[in-house]
Design a protein around this ligand. Structure first.
Ligand code: GAR
Length: 206
């Protein structure tokens, strides 16, 4: 992504939306040259929807409850994203695994943030997994999305120390601060056309 046409970002959320907020703030500050053209939530009560609306960003509630098939849910999500002319999809706390329908519609253009240093601790409760294992450091990972659970090519990672008296809450809060910086940095690289994918490796030109 680079050149004259500004990057059009679609953000998928399920919850609070602090990562969404961090991205909005950096775009509004002129640090990332892009536009968020829609925020889609699979939860009607996601606070992220309120954050988006406050900034005049179109929101879509697309609940998954009525869908027996994950692929048909994803096919509708693709339609919504296409109708907003999205060329980068951001999963900002979107708590669903994507099917091939989504992944193939936006090749190497879907990014996820995960609250651990992948490939350690994929899936749910990554922070608690790290605490239970007893690691001294954890962090966050921004990666391109494939059809696995947190398995796609890694774009950026940030390391965060684990303290002896950490709880899931305190470690999550420390990791989230790093997430906001790291996600924005990865999106900026993408928007500026500085990312290439070669097999499992993400090559960054500076
Ligand atoms: C973030 O910590 C993100 O890493 C995590 O959900 C949180 C969403 O917070 N995502 C996952 O665990 C995905 N596997 P936010 O809604 O405040 O951005």
């Amino acid at each position: 992504m680079s050149g004259n046409s500004p990057c059009r970002i679609g953000v998928l959320v399920s919850g609070n939306g602090t990562n969404l907020q961090a991205i909005i703030d950096r775009i509004e500050a002129g640090e990332i040259s892009a536009e968020i053209t829609c925020v889609i939530s699979n939860k009607a009560d996601a606070y992220a929807l309120i954050r988006a609306s406050r900034h005049g960003i179109p929101v879509v509630v697309h609940e998954n409850a009525g869908f027996a098939e994950r692929r048909s849910y994803d096919a509708e999500t693709v339609e919504i994203l296409r109708s907003h002319k999205v060329n980068l999809v951001i999963l900002a706390g979107f708590m669903r695994i994507l099917t091939d329908v989504m992944v193939n519609a936006f090749p190497h253009a879907i990014m996820n943030i995960h609250p651990a240093l992948l490939p350690s601790f994929p899936g749910l409760h990554a922070q608690q997994q790290a605490l239970d294992y007893g690691v001294r450091y954890s962090g966050c990972t921004v990666h391109f999305v494939d059809c696995g659970t947190d398995t796609g090519p890694i774009i950026l990672q940030s390391v965060v120390p684990v303290e002896q008296d950490d709880t899931e809450e305190t470690l999550s809060a420390r990791i989230q601060k790093a997430e906001h910086q790291t996600f924005a940095a990865a999106i900026k690289l993408f928007v500026e056309g500085k990312i290439k994918v070669s097999g499992r490796k993400v090559l960054i030109s500076e």
